[in-house]
Design a protein around this ligand. Structure first.
Ligand SMILES: CC(C)(COP(=O)(O)OP(=O)(O)OC[C@H]1O[C@@H](n2cnc3c(N)ncnc32)[C@H](O)[C@@H]1OP(=O)(O)O)[C@@H](O)C(=O)NCCC(=O)NCCS
Length: 212
C-alpha cells in the first residue's frame, strides 16, 4: 500500500472512486465527487494535503483538506482548516485503509502547521484518529443552537494548545463555500453527473433523514 499526492492524471479516477464510495451512503446517489471536482480550483484547496492511496495497482483511497474559518463572538474571523471528502473504495472498506490514510494525512498536516481541524463525520470512525466533539473545545456548529448537542460535529487540535495560542476560547465554524456547489448549481451538477456510468439512486436505512 502506498500513499502519495494526487496528480492531474488521477483526477477522473479519484472522482469516480469518490462517487463509488459515497453512492447511496448518506442520501440517494451522492454529490461529493462534484464537490471534489470543483474544489481543486478553489483558493481554499490545499494541494500539499491532497492524497491518494494505492493498493493492488489501483487507486483505493483519497482525502483532501481545505482552508476554513472560525468566527469569534465579536465577529472576528480566524483562519482554520477542515478536510473531506475522504473515500475508500467499497471493495476495501473496513480493512483499516481509511484510518491509515487519515492518520498519514493528519501527520503531514500537523507538520505543515495545521493546528486545528473541525469537520462533520461519524465519531465511531474519527475517534480512532483523535477526534472528539467540537463543543468540548468550545467550537460550535454554524446552523445549530449552541446548547444543542451536535454529535456529528467533530474537532481536534493537531498542535496542542493551538486554539488558546490563537486567542480562541469559543467560536463558530464557518464551512467553506466549496462544500455547497451541488446545492448552489444543481443543473451544473446534473450535467457533470451525466458524464459517469448510470447508477441507481436508492433511499436506504441509515441515510440522513431516512424514516421508516
Ligand atoms: C468512512 C471511510 C473513509 C472509513 O474507511 P474504512 O477503511 O472503511 O475504515 P477503517 O477500516 O479504517 O475503520 C477503522 C475503524 O473505524 C470504525 N468505522 C469505520 N467505518 C465506520 C462506519 N461506517 N460506521 C461505524 N464505525 C466505523 C470502526 O471502528 C473501524 O474498525 P472495525 O472495522 O475493526 O470495526 C470509508 O468507509 C468510506 O469511504 N465510506 C464512504 C464515504 C464516507 O462516509 N466518508 C466519510 C464521510 S465523513
Amino acid at each position: 500500500m502506498t500513499i502519495r499526492l494526487e496528480t492531474p492524471a488521477d483526477y477522473r479516477e479519484v472522482e469516480n472512486l469518490t462517487r463509488e464510495a459515497f453512492w447511496n451512503v448518506y442520501r440517494p446517489g451522492c454529490t461529493e465527487h462534484y464537490v471534489l471536482n470543483r474544489y481543486r480550483k478553489s483558493p481554499d484547496f490545499i494541494p500539499e494535503l491532497d492524497f491518494v492511496m494505492e493498493e493492488d495497482g489501483q487507486l483505493i483511497g483519497h482525502v483532501m483538506f481545505s482552508k476554513a474559518e472560525l468566527m469569534l463572538d465579536d465577529g472576528t474571523r480566524k483562519p482554520s482548516w477542515t478536510f473531506g471528502p475522504i473515500s475508500i473504495h467499497p471493495d476495501y472498506k473496513r480493512k483499516g485503509y481509511g484510518l491509515k490514510l487519515l492518520r498519514y494525512a493528519l501527520e503531514r498536516a500537523r507538520k505543515m502547521g495545521v493546528g486545528f481541524l473541525c469537520m462533520e463525520g461519524n465519531i465511531d470512525f474519527y475517534k480512532h484518529a483523535g477526534f472528539g466533539l467540537a463543543s468540548r473545545l468550545g467550537i460550535h456548529y454554524h446552523d445549530m443552537p449552541r446548547d444543542k448537542e451536535v454529535p456529528f460535529f467533530l474537532a481536534q487540535e493537531l498542535i496542542p494548545g493551538w486554539l488558546k495560542a490563537n486567542g480562541i476560547s469559543e467560536a463558530t465554524y464557518c464551512p467553506p463555500k466549496g462544500y455547497f456547489v451541488a446545492d448552489e448549481n444543481p443543473e451544473a451538477f446534473e450535467a457533470y453527473e451525466a458524464t459517469f456510468p448510470p447508477k441507481q439512486k436508492l433511499r436506504l436505512p441509515g441515510q440522513l433523514g431516512y424514516e421508516e
